[in-house]
Design a protein around this ligand. Structure first.
Ligand SMILES: Cc1cc2nc3c(=O)[nH]c(=O)nc-3n(C[C@H](O)[C@H](O)[C@H](O)COP(=O)(O)OP(=O)(O)OC[C@H]3O[C@@H](n4cnc5c(N)ncnc54)[C@H](O)[C@@H]3O)c2cc1C
Length: 447
């Protein structure tokens, strides 16, 4: 990296090379190559990604356009979704709506990593343990698990749900509240130091189209589907419209009353398809057939981050799952990490932002991104309650009655209406106009 004034105005440490970290790095490379130096520290020895599909809403697609990253993404696909109630032998249609791009996740990652020239920007096998910011002007020290240290003047926690930056930040916020005599606030902040279990385990993986019977192929390749049921839900979609010859499947089980408890086992581990099928007893046989077809299913104990009072402290900021890990029922977590990285890079690249006014600039990030991403986080939680038939009058329908089809039919249209209403943000808002609003606020910062 060479800088217009010989020295960069900022030295940024990005912790974690997931989607958020990659997008932030790529945007800095594109928009601030001559003013901002960045290093990405990644705990893994190389870029590894679970080979599953992701959905990509229009807001993110427009970031891909702004980055010039669509060209290599010709494998994208746009499809509409079916929502069905499938916890009975004969599934019942709820809604057919909404268009979405679907991608193979590891291919998207490779595309971003190639544009970033990841080999040069990422320091692998570097797991952050903590950071310390001892004064507003001294460099921040990064402490790695291997005993080494590094310095920067700005640290970004894009280290996902297994975060270290978030933990340091919220421990410090709680300690500061305690030392200023705010015991209750300190206790509240301590509840935010770690992620919480959402009471669900998701079984996830890919089913190769070649392993499906003709009937199941037709069923799974027709359109992406969200399958609803009492305390259980599924999602399946052909990746990139089936061009990759596989279907992405997620089947989630909720254990009533277990939200917020500590999850006893490993957060992710290989699962056994037959055991999962038993959990979905009474469901549409085609849905069960899809669970059985998953190759190498993995079980994920789904964790989330509580609603945080801030994403920034001093010269540290959180993006992506480290800030707002959410249940995946809008397919929005990855997109929100993208948006955070894009907006944060816009801020760092702006000529009015300097080391001296960095905390004020980070406040702009917090004030713009936190309400939006927490709205999406809440929306995803609402979706889960609808998909698992736990709201909108479904509270009074037992699992047995639901499976037997004994419920008022108008409850289905209530779900359809709410799904359409909740999803409006994804198509009716623009990340590019939000970026323009941020740029206006930054201009005011220098005035
Ligand atoms: C079962 C499941 C299904 C999902 N489905 C979807 C979907 O369909 N669509 C969607 O948009 N989202 C989905 N998500 C959510 C999505 O995966 C996340 O929101 C997204 O990956 C967040 O990106 P991130 O960059 O914040 O974190 P991550 O992608 O998790 O990346 C974090 C990176 O930081 C590294 N790291 C961690 N700790 C440290 C440390 N201490 N030091 C250095 N590096 C560290 C990790 O190795 C990793 O590379 C799903 C999640 C789950 C669990």
């Amino acid at each position: 990296m060479s800088f217009s004034n010989g020295e960069p105005k900022l030295r940024v440490a990005i912790i974690g090379s997931g989607m958020g970290g990659l997008v932030l790095g790529l945007c800095l490379k594109k928009y601030a190559a001559d003013t901002v130096h960045f290093d990405i520290y990644e705990s893994a020895a190389e870029l590894t990604e679970i080979g599953a599909g992701i959905a990509m809403p229009p807001r993110i697609w427009s970031i891909m356009g702004a980055l010039g990253a669509r060209r290599g993404a010709s494998y994208d696909h746009i499809q509409a979704f079916w929502w069905r109630k499938s916890d009975e032998q004969q599934p019942v249609d709820i809604l057919y709506s909404s268009q979405i791009h679907t991608f193979h996740r590891s291919i998207l990652q490779q595309l971003l990593a190639k544009q970033l020239n990841a080999g040069e920007s990422i320091h692998f096998s570097k797991r952050l343990a903590s950071y310390s910011e001892t004064s507003p002007t001294d460099p921040i020290t990064l402490n790695f698990k291997d005993g080494t240290t590094a310095t920067c003047n700005l640290v970004i926690g894009s280290d996902g749900i297994h975060f270290a930056v978030h933990r340091t930040m919220f421990n410090e916020l709680a300690n500061e509240a305690e030392s200023s005599g705010q015991g209750e606030e300190a206790a509240r902040l301590r509840t935010m130091v770690e992620p919480i279990w959402t009471g669900q385990v998701a079984y996830r993986g890919l089913a190769p189209a070649s392993a499906l019977s003709e009937e199941l192929s037709q069923y799974a390749l027709e359109a992406p589907q969200v399958l609803c049921g009492k305390n259980r839900n599924m999602a399946l979609y052909p990746i990139s419209g089936g061009r990759f010859g596989s279907v992405n499947i997620l089947a989630a089980k909720y254990t009533p009353g277990s939200e917020g408890m500590v999850y006893g086992g490993p957060w992710s581990e290989p699962a056994d398809g037959e055991t999962v099928v038993k959990e979905f007893e009474g469901w549409d046989p085609k849905a069960l057939g899809m669970i059985n077809a998953i190759q190498e299913p993995f079980a994920w104990a789904m964790h989330a981050v509580r609603k945080l009072p801030t994403y920034v402290k001093g010269r540290a900021a959180l993006i992506g799952d480290a800030a707002h890990a959410m249940v995946p029922y809008q397919g929005a977590g990855l997109g929100q990490a993208f948006e955070d990285g894009f907006i944060l890079a816009t801020i760092f690249a702006h000529p009015s932002v300097t080391l001296a006014n960095l905390p004020a600039a980070l406040t702009v990030y917090d004030e713009v991104r936190r309400p939006f991403s927490q709205g999406v986080q809440k929306g995803s939680e609402n979706f889960r309650l609808y998909y698992q038939l736990r709201r909108l009058g479904w509270e009074d329908v037992s699992a047995e009655d639901s499976r037997a089809g004994r419920y008022p039919r108008e409850l289905l249209s209530l779900i359809a209406k709410e799904i359409e209403k909740q999803g409006e943000w994804a198509i009716g808002t623009s990340i590019l106009s939000e970026r323009d609003g941020v740029v206006e606020r930054l201009a005011a910062l220098s005035a």
